[in-house]
Design a protein around this ligand. Structure first.
Ligand SMILES: C[S@@+](CC[C@H](N)C(=O)[O-])C[C@H]1O[C@@H](n2cnc3c(N)ncnc32)[C@H](O)[C@@H]1O
Length: 359
């Protein structure tokens, strides 16, 4: 099918791989990478390996993310294909592509050393610290008038796509950290809201059934229900519910948490994430964006339905991560230390792990 669009209305998109370059494990030639993509004016997209009609890696709505197995070879291309309205798997439907460089395992050290890490090492080096000490300004804030805002002196964000168009959004980095540390809970019958990305990515072989809930029919959804009401959802059913980035879009948030608690099996676990510090608009979901929480309101909200001592609230981020998220910088633009330093006064991402009582 030949599609011709005025340029302004043409579908567009971008796909990124992280890390890139990636490093193979010692003695191996292939690596695993995380692909993330975002598109505009599309309904469905597919990621294909090697060619526009190569093997299917993932099929999603306009944006998505997946982590490959350790089968990505040096030079492998991934194509982001628009497949809305029957657009064929041909170069005409290619929105973007990314080439992944894979370095042999022995070079792993250099692979993970980003420019930000190098800069950080330099700033921590002895000569620099000595000079700072001489100036008597180590650790103290710059004087008024001496702050250099550089690229951040602007009134619009650097990305309006959460940083998806630059790499991995900062808040997604934290969501993945949380799920990685909660892997053991993702077992049995698992329900995920809006897709099965994280069930597939973080589950063990102890998942016996994976369900996807959506309020309206969408590809991949196996349960159609609105969590506000949820009367068609069976009680005491799921061993684990993954509700990442969901409850902030539900105005009747208490009703939604009540439903999530009711449909969990006794002893089952809810893994939920939502924003603390955040932009409050989104191209796709902005019209229903209702809430940000604080660690205190999160604890109180979930403790209305779960026993308070079964509600664990974790926060992620610091002032730099918060500013980076607001500006739309990607996680790859910060060093690991900058991302993982935890300042509880700047809760960029809030995560709740809540267990339903057994009796
Ligand atoms: C930003 S997406 C998050 C999707 C996915 N969990 C993730 O982390 O990428 C928000 C999700 O909340 C779902 N959602 C919004 N309101 C809902 C409601 N009332 N009941 C059930 N799901 C809802 C949307 O359908 C969508 O899948």
């Amino acid at each position: 099918m030949k599609m011709s669009w005025p340029h302004r209305f043409a579908p567009s998109g971008s796909i990124r791989a992280f890390p890139n370059p990636a490093s193979a494990r010692d003695g191996q030639a292939a690596a695993s990478v995380t692909l993330s993509w975002r598109s505009r004016r599309t309904e469905f997209v597919e990621v294909r390996a090697g060619a526009p009609d190569g093997p299917l890696v993932s099929r999603t709505g306009p944006s998505g993310q997946t982590t490959t197995g350790p089968w990505v070879h040096n030079g492998m291309l991934f194509f982001l294909q628009n497949v809305s309205d029957g657009v064929p798997l041909s170069p005409e439907g290619t929105l973007d592509k990314v080439r992944v460089e894979v370095l042999p395992g022995s070079q792993a050290g250099t692979t993970w050393c980003s420019a930000a890490d190098l800069a950080e090492r330099f700033l921590r080096s002895r000569p620099v610290r000595w000079l700072e000490g001489l100036a008597g300004r180590r650790g103290s804030p710059p004087r008024v008038g001496r702050v250099r805002l550089g690229s951040l002196r602007r009134l619009t964000p650097i990305s309006k796509e959460w940083g998806f168009d630059r790499g991995t959004p900062v808040d997604r980095f934290y969501i993945e950290q949380f799920l990685e540390s909660s892997k053991a809970d993702i077992q049995g019958v698992v329900l995920e809201i809006g897709g099965d990305l994280y069930t597939r990515r973080f589950s063990s072989n102890r998942v016996v059934k994976s369900e996807v809930l959506s309020p309206e029919p969408t590809p991949g959804a196996t349960v159609i229900a609105d969590l506000t009401d949820g009367s068609n959802l069976p009680s005491d059913t799921y061993d684990c519910i993954i509700a990442t980035e969901t409850i902030q879009f539900i105005y009747e948030v208490r009703s939604a948490v009540k439903t999530l608690h009711r449909i969990l099996r006794p002893g089952g676990t809810l893994l939920a994430t939502f924003p603390g510090i955040t932009p409050t608009s989104d191209r796709v979901y902005g019209s229903t964006w209702s809430w940000s929480l604080t660690p205190i309101s999160a604890k109180r909200l979930f403790s209305e339905f779960f026993a308070a001592d079964s509600v664990e609230v974790r926060t992620y981020g610091n002032v730099l991560a918060a500013a980076s998220l607001l500006y739309g910088l990607a996680a790859e633009e910060l060093s690991n230390q900058e991302l993982t330093t935890h300042d509880p006064e700047y809760a960029v991402k809030i995560a709740v792990r809540a267990r339903k009582a057994r009796s």
